[in-house]
Design a protein around this ligand. Structure first.
Ligand code: PLP
Length: 375
């Protein structure tokens, strides 16, 4: 069996060992319920407080602006439904056509309840610019939601400018920053965003835990009703171990943000150089402002799903942008939104390198691709 080469870090990441170690006590001896008043609950309660402070400091927020959730999907659902349903006068939401389904599906759900949603088309390079937003936003727009970085093509959006346009037009702004937090600088107050979603497993934390930043003073509907946890807005006993692991992982990533980005960009450049020199015909999707390590490659007249399976047979994990059903190839909504020609879209794969990848991984991936295309 060949060595596993994991190049799908946009799907999930390897757990940070220090984060895992920090979680252990709260899964074993320190199992007290943080809401209880007795001494045995003090450690978990303090751990939650510390985690909230750590996470807040990593994104330039105040601790009381961090709300723990079960991950990116919950954070997105909460931000979108929880704010849109609250305003009696304005009902419209603007989002982009290439958001993750964790944003698109709650938007569809709003539409079914009679709340209009406009879906902005990005540029062919994969950007929602301020000019594009100005075409869609109206005086009825209550919420504008644009992802920080696209999970399929990696393009990083001009969030600060988009926030400014939203606010000038009286709209709140939310960003799904699931792919960005822990990988590129994120400062909520500098950006001016009202809400921001993040997920621990995308930055070397555990699965099933995340957070939603909600700007202080902003009113949103509770995500769940019940106990008084999360300032009375998200009822349910806290996942203390998960939250502790998330905070440690985020702090570690943020402390080494530039170093990690430079390292991963080096690997990425190496792969691009080898591909360019190989003579294999391909395009790289997305413009210049991109997440480090996320490479969306389209090979004309190839089959992305077949490439994925061929690589899988050699122990290499990547993703694709198209999936075959029994009748035809379904092209992802992201590739459709950037209007990629069908023959390129069908041959699209996403390689997402992370800090655990090595030069040997990149070389093995390149060699495996060569085998496929030279066969
Ligand atoms: N938003 C984006 C951009 C994502 O990439 C993902 C996960 O792939 C999610 C939301 C959902 O996050 P989670 O898996 O934590 O629910």
């Amino acid at each position: 069996m060949s060595r596993l080469i994991y190049a799908d870090n946009a799907a999930t990441t390897q757990m940070d060992i220090a984060a895992f170690e920090a979680m252990k006590p709260f899964l074993t001896n320190e199992y007290g319920n943080a809401s209880q008043p007795y001494a045995f609950a003090r450690k978990p309660k303090k751990a939650l407080q510390d985690a909230r402070e750590t996470i807040a400091s990593c994104i330039g927020a105040a601790p009381e602006e961090i709300f723990f959730t079960s991950g990116g999907t919950e954070s997105d659902n909460w931000a979108i439904k929880g704010s849109a349903l609250l305003n009696a006068h304005k009902h419209a939401t603007v989002t982009s056509a290439f958001e993750h389904h964790a944003v698109l599906h709650p938007c569809k759900s709003l539409e079914r309840s009679g709340y209009p949603v406009a879906y902005m088309w990005p540029s062919r390079e994969g950007y929602i610019t301020a000019e594009i937003l100005k075409e869609y936003i109206t005086s009825q727009t209550y919420l504008t939601s644009v992802m920080f970085a696209n999970n399929e093509i990696g393009t990083v959006q001009p969030i600060k400018e988009l926030c400014a346009v939203a606010h000038e037009n009286g709209s709140l702004f939310h960003t799904d920053a699931v792919q960005a937090v822990g990988h590129i600088p994120v400062d909520v107050h500098d950006l001016g965003t009202d809400m921001l979603s993040a997920s621990a497993h995308k930055f070397n934390g555990p699965k099933g835990v995340g957070f939603l930043y909600i700007r202080s003073g902003l009113k949103v509907m509770p995500y769940s009703d019940g106990g008084a946890q999360e300032f009375g807005l998200r009822a349910g006993t806290e996942n203390v171990a998960g939250i502790v692991g998330m905070a440690v992982a985020l702090k570690n990533n943020c402390d080494a943000l530039e170093e990690n980005a430079r390292y991963v960009e080096g690997l990425e450049a190496r792969l691009a150089r080898m591909l360019d020199n190989s003579g294999i015909k391909y395009v790289r999707n997305g413009g210049k402002s991109r997440l480090p390590g996320l490479i969306s490659l389209s090979f004309p007249d190839a089959d992305g799903e077949a490439i994925l399976h061929r690589l899988d047979l050699t122990g290499i994990c990547i993703s694709t942008g198209s999936a075959c059903n029994s009748k035809n190839t379904e092209i992802s909504h992201v590739l459709q939104a950037i209007r990629l020609e069908d023959n390129y879209a069908k041959g699209t794969v996403r390689v997402s390198l992370g800090k655990s990848n090595t030069e040997e991984d990149v070389e093995a991936l390149f060699k495996a691709l060569m085998k496929i295309f030279r066969a």
